[in-house]
Design a protein around this ligand. Structure first.
Ligand code: NAP
Length: 367
């Protein structure tokens, strides 16, 4: 066989993906559209999971119109391995398709030892993005996030670093994650003045974790602060890490996130929480959805004065193609009756799964 130094990828994406796939929503006041379901790589894409499973999930997502893939410097395990694995799959399967993809990464949480591997300094953000690009084999990411508020860095330093990263061409857009409403407003106003609008806000949000609907010190909720400033919202962990699915209704499966003692701890699976899931599961069935599907649809629902675009995208995780398919199918029914919403509200209470709350509280405003 002749030697071919640059073989064509064997993967051919489904030609129907933009006809039969997920719908798209515009992100805030930008010109960018995201699929209503996006795929995150916090878990299931590190070196502890087979590369072929990762490849099949990523291919399937793209085949169904899911163009957005969310990463961070520390996703793995070990830290950085999700970006390396994703970069390998990009190179092997997605050559020629880069312009059809929205790839994001982040820096903010612990990444490397010493004072420059955590926080929101210009030093950390700039170095970390360079490392992420090298790991993924990319020239640029589409969205680069500050991953969590840093009480020890002035907001200006973080925002001006994000602005300069956009100017450098290493990110097309920038966003923030786990910021509260006042800090988000300040950040958005600062970036608007700089002519580099903040694109997107990435908070945790689900039926059993509704902190983004609670008014902050200035009376605005995080959802309102984002919408008022033209910033889109992408909701992470809409399935409460798997709690809002049928995964734990009859015990803890061996291959689950909870069994692996990762970020979903035993107390989140209390009998009270599981009972709540059983009741929510009944409502989902009556809607003709699985619990996971109802949870995805719920974060994407029409929300009063901000309309059905309040949340741009539901950022899900998946450990199999079947889970992913099920979650994407949620997009077939995003509307709820008032009776369904009231029934959900009557059952649902805070399940204690917002493990990011301390990061949000660590810095509420600049002055
Ligand atoms: P999630 O969608 O709430 O949970 C995903 C987990 O739920 C899967 O790993 C799987 O658990 C289970 N699951 C998914 N679909 C299922 C289905 N149809 N039926 C049964 N079980 C199902 O989201 P997440 O993984 O916690 O987070 C999603 C993404 O959000 C991350 O990958 C990351 O991109 C982003 N994120 C961002 C931050 C931040 O600080 N900005 C923090 C957390 C997450 P098993 O693995 O047990 O099968």
């Amino acid at each position: 066989m002749p030697f071919n130094p640059d073989p064509q990828p064997t993967y051919q994406p489904d030609p129907q993906r933009y006809h039969d796939g997920v719908p798209y929503r515009t992100v805030g006041h930008s010109g960018l559209k995201l699929p209503v379901v996006s795929l995150g790589m916090w878990h299931n894409f590190g070196d502890d999971k087979p590369l072929e499973t990762q490849r099949s999930i990523i291919r399937r997502a793209f085949d169904r119109g899911v163009t957005h893939f969310d990463l961070a410097n520390n996703y793995g395990p070990p830290n950085g391995s999700a970006e390396i694995n994703f970069g390998r799959i990009l190179d092997e399967d997605f050559r020629g398709l880069r312009d059809e993809m929205i790839i994001s990464s982040k820096a903010g949480w612990d990444m490397w030892p010493g004072p420059y591997g955590f926080g929101g300094s210009r030093k950390y953000l700039t170095a970390s993005l360079d490392q992420s690009l090298r790991r993924m084999g990319l020239d640029y990411v589409d969205i680069f996030y500050h991953h969590r508020p840093d009480p020890e860095t002035p907001l200006e330093e973080t925002m001006y670093a994000l602005r300069d990263i956009v100017s450098s061409g290493k990110a097309l857009y920038v966003g923030v994650s786990s910021y509260g409403p006042e800090l988000l407003t300040e950040a958005a106003e600062m970036m608007a003045e700089e002519g580099c609008p903040l694109l997107i806000n990435q908070p945790s949000y689900s039926i059993v974790n509704r902190w983004v609907e609670e008014p902050g010190d200035d009376g605005d909720t995080l959802l309102e602060a984002a919408a008022d400033n033209g910033v889109g919202t992408i909701a992470f962990s809409p399935l409460a890490q798997g709690l809002l699915t049928d995964r734990y209704l009859d015990g803890v499966p061996e291959d689950s996130r909870a069994a692996a003692h990762k970020s979903l701890s035993g107390d989140m699976l209390s009998e009270e929480n599981i009972e709540m899931m059983r009741s929510l599961n009944d409502i989902a069935r009556e809607r003709g959805q699985t619990l996971a599907q109802m949870a995805v649809s719920w974060v994407l629902r029409d929300q009063g004065r901000y309309g059905e675009q309040t949340v741009t995208s539901a950022l899900v995780g998946a450990s199999s193609v079947e889970q992913l398919d099920q979650n994407i199918d949620a997009a077939q029914n995003l509307s709820f009756t008032d009776a369904e919403l009231s029934a959900i509200d009557e059952i649902a209470s805070d399940a204690g799964i917002n493990i990011w709350a301390q990061a949000t509280k660590s810095k509420t405003r600049e002055k």
